[in-house]
Design a protein around this ligand. Structure first.
Ligand code: 2RA
Length: 329
């Protein structure tokens, strides 16, 4: 017997990937309900070769026998509808930024803080994609060497902005004006993701700072981010510099990464082997390479981290959370 699952935002890139990932992982679905805005209602989607008709999301949508709802329809929809679903006893796993920093809502990466599932009150938040792929390899290093400071620069794919982001890349590659990003993303790296705050940092950068501390349960970790949109269709790359409190041996650090859940070390510079966006796309692991000592500090390391932002950065992480929820039922 499986669980009855609802997907909110079913026709979006992440919504469709929820279905794909659930199918691949043989997630135990009993009944499946697909919801989206009135614009997408009536569309047909497939799960395990069965056709499902997308319904318009309304407050009545959750008056059904549903146990788990996966939301990926943006923060406004989540703010309005997640509490309604939770009040009906449904466990909501929300991919938007709406609830991530709410102190009553756990923010979970299953490889890092699965124990936080236990204190949810109906809503569990899925972190931002750029944070997820960074904390998966850094958590076991933090446990061993204690991270003092992280300096991260991201190279984020246009799919992070959904299908309309991919369309904007194609549009600007043809020389047409942009409609989604603030400048043509074709041939550019745009150091601007989400909106600017008075501090000069973007909201995407603040997410990396705040979410890292919450997931790792350590406010002492300093994070200094620059987030950049690049003309890559899918998978985010990150240049990550980490400063530790304790010294490390490189062989041991690499061994820790090799044994870390969800991490694949791809690091053989002699053979031009390091993680690439095109390689990570379609996969669920976080790939780490270019691992080298930062000689400018007492104990530091540089690395290059790449993951599929739609899968591990969104849909796969949410489905993994749902698997934990089922285990705890
Ligand atoms: C982006 N981080 O890449 C966002 C998506 N959640 O735009």
């Amino acid at each position: 017997m499986g669980v009855n699952v609802a997907i909110v935002g079913a026709t979006g890139m992440v919504g469709r990937t929820f279905l794909k990932v659930m199918e691949e992982r043989n997630f135990p679905v009993n009944k499946l309900y697909l919801f989206a805005s009135s614009k997408s209602a009536g569309e047909k989607l497939y799960f395990k070769n069965k056709e499902y008709i997308v319904e318009e999301l309304t407050e009545e949508s959750f008056n059904r026998d549903i146990q788990i709802a996966l939301f990926s329809a943006g923060a406004t929809v989540s703010k309005q509808f997640a509490p309604i679903a939770a009040s009906r006893g449904i466990v909501v796993i929300d991919n938007s930024s709406a609830w991530r920093m709410d102190e009553n809502v756990p923010l979970v990466v299953p490889e890092v803080n699965p124990e936080d599932i236990s204190w949810h009150k109906g809503i569990i938040a899925n972190p931002n994609c750029s944070t997820i792929q960074m904390v998966v390899p850094l958590k076991p290093l933090h446990d061993k060497y204690r991270i003092k400071r992280i300096v991260v620069s991201t190279y984020q794919a246009v799919s992070g902005a959904g299908k309309k982001g991919i369309d904007d890349l194609e549009r600007t590659q043809k020389g047409e004006p942009p409609q989604v990003f603030p400048h043509p993303i074709a041939n550019n790296c745009i150091p601007h993701i989400d909106s600017f705050t008075p501090s000069g940092y973007t909201k995407e950068e603040l997410k990396m700072i705040n979410e890292t501390k919450k997931i790792m349960k350590d406010d002492s970790i300093k994070v200094s981010p620059t987030t950049v949109r690049v003309p890559v269709v899918n998978s985010h790359s990150e240049s990550v510099n980490v400063e530790f409190a304790r010294p490390y041996e490189m062989k041991e650090l690499i061994e820790i990464l090799k044994n870390a859940p969800g991490v694949v070390v791809m690091d053989d510079p002699e053979h031009n082997l390091y993680p690439l966006a095109t390689f990570a796309t379609g996969k669920d692991e976080v790939f780490v390479g270019r691992i080298r000592r930062d000689e400018t500090v007492y104990s530091g390391v540089n690395m290059w981290i790449v993951a599929d932002n739609i899968r591990k950065g969104a849909a796969t992480n949410a489905v993994q959370i749902a698997e934990l929820v089922i285990k705890n039922m």
